[in-house]
Ligand binder design. Structure first.
Ligand code: FAD
Length: 458
């Protein structure tokens, strides 16, 4: 049995506020307190009474885990959700200060919920997104237990054995929602950066003032790299941006947020298999949360654009001469998406406002002349920010045939080859939606369907 004082349990666990603090409204406090009490009794009662295997456990209290827990709750499936820190921990600790959610407000909702902000295409500050998840867990009475790290999951009989810090539980099914985008990935050449140069990742960068003096080299020109480069240049820092072939997404087009069109046109539903047919799945497009960011708009603000980083040796970083190709690639891909939206509007006879010129796309790029092919890091750069990708950490998952030799999940639509074991929140698992909040509802439904099927087969 676990020690409740040591392990805050319940939907608001891990936060500074408790139900008794005046900052919570009375109505909210009453509703949550009642639901919380009912749930506490239900969970504890069931667990104690049965004393055996749970029906399901969920690992992780991000949107993916909470959505699954919401669906399990709605279907009356007995479960517990273990979160090693706090609800929405990734969003609390891995985003920079000025970060805003890239998906527009009307898409940044939990399953069954609607945006009521009156600003459907607006960009939500990250603090609001954290509150939204916490509020969802509270209102739905989800059995969230914070400060509970899952250390090992292994097969046990017809289910699983789950090892936590001070407890071991058995469960017929497991949904792993520990996050596939919360461990920063640096290229091997990062090891050659001289010691005097500070190194950050997109997940550990906070703001321009917390960086050491000197220029900042941002490596990677996807969403994070582009947004961080702009954050730095706007604060007057000297910035180099090492670019690569990354698509661009115009923020708004023909009167709406592009993401709204991308959902309506089916672009976000292009199946993974079709995406793979064109080669490896590309990095998500460069986009700003509340305006378009392009390589040319960054250059116009003073960011010095470099080609792809190819090597670091003897304190010197080397770059390809492909900047203009990378700028052109952004232009081509942005135009392709617009053409697709136009074609869909025409095919469906929908009248939308005419396209407006976006200055971030028409501004002429200001490229270093001659191109910068080499930087002496010890002389010219105080810090490097690696915006070179993220992955998950599934080392606690000791179940044969669910991880490949790089430790990445082998799954399709979140279902693994092993009955009763699902992995939620994996990017491109089904389509472009996967790994974004847009997948929360369909993922949860699919996985809970599977859980239900396994439970019925008992
Ligand atoms: C810079 C950046 C910006 C992004 N912006 C957007 C955006 O605007 N919109 C969007 O939809 N997506 C965005 N994404 C994608 C985003 O990462 C995912 O939408 C989201 O974080 C995935 O949610 P999740 O619940 O799967 O994982 P997470 O949010 O990472 O949640 C996983 C949870 O599991 C917990 N956990 C991990 N291991 C254990 C364990 N062993 N035991 C117990 N608990 C554990 C963690 O503490 C964490 O709370 C962005 C990604 C990055 C990197």
């Amino acid at each position: 049995m676990f020690d409740r004082s040591a392990n805050p349990v319940g939907p608001h666990c891990g936060t500074e506020r408790s139900f008794d603090q005046p900052a919570f409204g009375a109505a909210f406090r009453n509703t949550c307190t009642q639901e919380w009490m009912i749930w506490s009794l239900a969970i504890w009662g069931r667990y104690e009474i049965r004393g055996g295997a749970l029906e399901c456990i969920v690992v992780g209290g991000g949107w993916a885990g909470l959505a699954v827990s919401g669906e399990l709750t709605a279907r009356g499936i007995q479960h517990r959700l273990f979160e090693r820190h706090r609800i929405a921990e990734t969003w609390r600790t891995q985003r920079w200060d000025s970060f805003r959610i890239n998906t527009p407000r009307h898409q940044t909702v939990m399953p069954g919920e609607r945006d009521t902000s009156g600003d459907p295409d607006g960009a939500m500050p990250v603090a609001e997104f954290i509150a939204l998840m916490q509020d969802y867990a509270g209102r739905r009475g989800l059995p969230v237990e914070c400060g509970r790290e899952v250390r090992r999951i292994e097969p046990h009989g017809r289910g699983y054995r789950i090892e936590l810090d001070r407890e071991t539980v058995l469960s017929r099914c497991v949904v792993v929602a520990s996050g596939d985008q919360n461990v920063a990935v640096r290229p091997a050449l990062a090891a050659n950066v001289p010691d005097a140069v500070a190194q950050y990742d997109a997940t550990s960068y906070r703001n321009p003032t917390s960086m050491p003096e000197g220029a900042v080299l941002v490596v990677g020109s996807g969403q994070s790299g582009g947004q961080i480069a702009e954050d730095l240049i706007r604060a007057g820092r000297e910035v180099y941006l090492s670019t690569s072939r990354v698509a661009r997404q115009t923020h708004s087009y023909r009167g709406r947020h592009s993401m709204a069109w991308m959902v309506d046109t089916g672009i976000m539903d292009i199946p993974k298999a079709n995406l793979l047919a064109a080669g490896p799945i590309p990095t998500r497009a460069l986009v700003g949360a509340d305006h378009t960011i392009s390589l040319q708009s960054l250059s116009a603000q003073g960011v010095q654009l470099l080609g792809r980083l190819t090597a670091i040796d003897a304190g010197r970083a080397h770059f390809d001469s492909d900047v203009s190709v990378n700028v052109a690639f952004g232009d081509t891909t942005a135009a392709e998406t617009k053409a697709r939206i136009d074609a869909w509007l025409t095919a469906n006879g929908i009248m939308a406002p005419a396209a407006r010129t976006d200055p971030a796309e028409t501004v002429v790029p200001t490229l270093p002349d001659p191109a910068i092919l080499e930087l002496d890091l010890t002389q010219s750069v105080g810090s490097v920010v690696w915006c070179t990708g993220v992955r998950g950490d599934y080392t606690f998952l000791r179940v044969p045939a669910v991880l490949d030799n790089r430790g990445a999940p082998i799954e399709s639509g979140g279902l693994t080859r092993v009955a009763g074991l699902c992995i939620a929140g994996v990017p491109y698992s089904v389509s472009r939606r996967s790994g974004t909040i847009l997948a929360a509802a369909p993922d949860a439904e699919r996985m809970v369907n599977h859980v239900e099927m396994v439970l019925r087969s008992n």
